[in-house]
Design a protein around this ligand. Structure first.
Ligand code: PXG
Length: 445
């Protein structure tokens, strides 16, 4: 299929009434539906045959490109062989295979994988592991969590509690008790238009010492951050910042959790952001790219010390009273194994790294276009921040989104920031195409 062929894929518009859509303006959508009925590689196709270049990889998840034949084949084969096996007290081969392969790919010392079905479940699982770990180590007073302003950790009660996005929190009551937040690292005055990691801001990690001094280290279980914050608009860690968080956590016996739901599987130009930035946390949460978005799955990856702490008591007893019916689901595990094959066989993590300069330079060419106040990027993740229209926050970015969509390109917006996270298979000419589409949209909005 050539890039510009419009396929004749017309299907009927479904009845839109009953579906209560997530994170969507339901009424506007149902008046102005955008239905994707098919996808392949870098492209999605609407029900009425419009071709769209997908520069967000679904929702930051289809890192191997849409409908990769090897992944599809593995899912089909698995569906014919084993649909489901009891997840507690029984196992099946693919879940074990995936755990082994994932932990081989993870930073050294991260040797165990616990499977879940989403990023939100991964986050809640990691928080529970942290609490139970300290209790097992005789430090039951360590119950507090430290998140970060503008953090996004999914929508479970744990995740919104440590998260730092007010619209996701304010409707939902008091949440988890005993949570505090680090300051975010976004600063246009010092870091606007930085290509790669910003120089300014390492010292913002020092605020963790102040928070620890306030609560006392003996009350704090874990710090959770996204190495590169995604949903709040692609916020990059200043140089040295993550290392400093690691050092402070080590000094005080606090676990460090990296939420890599977006970052992992090539997004930052390496298998994990932990590898790219050479900082090893105690727990890593993943999802999305784990199966290239094909079957829902997440995983919490844990250091041996954490797993070992649970492996006490009689060996036949349950060690961690936690898990999901679909933990390690056969279809998801098969998809995960095939996805890792594709990443490795096609060298997609190296590819992301080798495209980083082209992608970054192309994004930075948008500096000077109307209302562009920042461009930032690392690996194949990038953002263009726009000056908001006075009194109408988010409107400018949404207008750009709609114009791009009309012109055949799917981008993502968050606040007044445009976010880009293409599948790792993106080609030079597709980068040029989306940049020119965004440029035109900026000039015409
Ligand atoms: N942690 C992080 C860092 C995430 O980005 C989650 C947890 C939750 O994952 P689930 O699978 O429960 O959705 C996420 C999810 C966006 C966007 O466009 C980002 C996410 C989800 C939907 C939209 O910014 N990230």
């Amino acid at each position: 299929m050539t890039d510009n062929t419009v396929q004749n894929l017309n299907t009927d518009l479904p009845d839109l009434k009953a579906y209560w859509m997530p994170f969507t303006g339901n009424r506007y959508f149902k008046e102005n539906p955008r239905i994707i009925s098919r996808a392949e590689g870098m492209y999605c196709y609407t029900h009425d045959g419009k071709e769209l270049l997908d520069v967000v990889a679904g929702l930051w998840c289809c890192n191997a490109g849409h409908c990769h034949p090897k992944i599809i084949e593995a899912i089909q084969e698995q569906a014919e062989t084993l649909d489901y096996a009891m997840a507690f007290q029984l196992g099946h081969p693919k879940a074990f295979e995936l755990a082994n392969r994932l932990t081989e790919m993870a930073p050294s010392g991260i040797d165990y994988a616990f499977f879940v079905n989403s990023g939100s479940e991964a986050v809640d699982t990691a928080l529970k592991m942290a609490l139970a770990y300290h209790r097992l180590c005789g430090e039951a007073s360590r119950t507090r969590f430290i998140g970060r302003e503008k953090g996004y950790h999914g929508v479970g009660f744990g995740g919104i509690s440590v998260g730092g996005m007010s619209p996701n929190r304010k409707m939902f009551g008091a949440m988890l008790p005993g949570v505090d937040h680090l300051p975010h690292t976004h600063n246009l005055e010092h870091n606007a238009f930085t290509n790669g990691l910003p120089e300014w801001g390492e010292h913002l990690a020092d605020e963790l010492e102040n928070i620890i001094a306030l609560h006392d280290a003996s009350t704090i279980a874990a710090v959770i951050v996204e190495p590169v914050a995604g949903s709040a608009g692609v916020l990059l860690p200043p140089k040295g910042y993550l290392k400093k968080l690691r050092e402070i956590c080590d000094r005080h016996g606090i676990l460090l959790i990296f939420d890599e739901v977006i970052n992992a599987f090539g997004r930052t130009g390496d298998s994990f952001a932990s590898n790219r930035f050479e900082v090893t946390p105690d727990l890593i949460t993943t999802a999305k790219g784990l199966t290239s978005g094909t079957v829902p799955m997440g995983a919490v990856l844990a250091k041996s010390e954490i797993y070992d702490a649970f492996m006490a008591g009689p060996s036949e007893m349950i060690e961690f009273f936690h898990g999901y019916t679909y933990s390690g689901h056969p279809l998801a595990a098969a998809a995960g194994c095939a996805t890792l094959d594709v990443y490795l066989d096609e060298g997609l993590f190296d590819r992301a790294r080798s495209m980083e300069d082209k992608f970054g330079d192309a994004l930075h060419s948008l500096k000077g276009e109307p209302n562009v106040i920042d461009v930032r990027n690392i690996g194949l993740i990038g953002a263009v921040e726009l000056a908001p229209i006075e009194g109408q926050p988010t409107t400018r970015a949404i207008d750009v989104f709609r114009t791009c969509y009309d012109n055949g390109v799917i981008i993502r917006t968050t606040g007044d920031t445009l976010a880009f996270s293409p599948p790792l298979i993106i080609k030079d000419n597709q980068i040029d195409k989306f940049i020119e589409t965004v440029r035109e949209a900026l000039q015409n909005n």
